[in-house]
Write a protein that binds this ligand. Sequence first.
Ligand code: NAP
Length: 248
Amino acid sequence: MILQGKTAIITGATRGIGHAIAIRFAKEGCNVAFCGRTRNAAMEAVEAELTALGVKAKGYAADVADYESAQNFVKEVLADFGNVDILINNAGITADSAMKRMSEEQFDKVVGVNLKSVFCMTKAIQPAMWKQGHGSIVNIGSVVGIAGNYNQANYAASKAGIIGFSKSCAKEFAARNIRVNVVAPGFVETEMTADIPKELMDTWCSRIPLKRPGTPDEVAQACVFLASDMCPYITSVVLPVCGGMEDA
Ligand code: NAP
């Protein structure tokens, strides 16, 4: 169990990729503090699922795009768990539209959640990680932040921003042995991609060298590696998990 005895914060773990990361981490012996925007049945179910794997686990209602909410979330986790070794910034949304029709609200909303949440959570955890002199931060980007995509200028901007932000923090935090990396998934089947028409999905898959979408757990495995002590000399990288998609 390569994360045995560690504690991680995972944002947006009530479903999808964040949920898969939480399960993987718990199976690797990691205590997990996670959040979604509201405390609901899904959050309680994830809490129970993780606890059944033999680790300490707790869900928190927090809007990580809100500065105060992120500060309070981390404060509560530190009070409950004592310390945090790993931060996975996974929470994210889409609001797709061609540029011609994209509203200011759609742009602000997506950048406001996807990019600002990474800033808010990094600000909140930095003092504790700085003090303890170690930490691993993994930010979930997207291949879209590298290659761009039709109808996703707002999303691509938010994910490209995460790369620049992460590489800057990697430089600043290295002096305190805090590593900062990005995992950039390609096309992964979750609720976020559930509305994509089957014909479009088939076309995309035909262009992926591995000829299929990724699974949330395949993204989670990359996060385990980057979060763990198996890669103490890896910081500032962008790791695509995308079946070999072009441009990534
Ligand atoms: P998802 O199924 O829609 O899940 C998103 C999660 O984020 C939920 O748990 C949601 O919780 C949480 N969340 C959203 N806004 C939040 C906020 N302001 N504060 C706290 N939690 C918030 O999405 P997913 O497909 O698993 O995506 C996870 C990450 O991977 C995202 O960053 C996404 O951009 C990235 N990604 C996904 C794909 C893909 O193909 N699926 C590809 C590349 C990158 P509540 O609704 O309970 O608040």
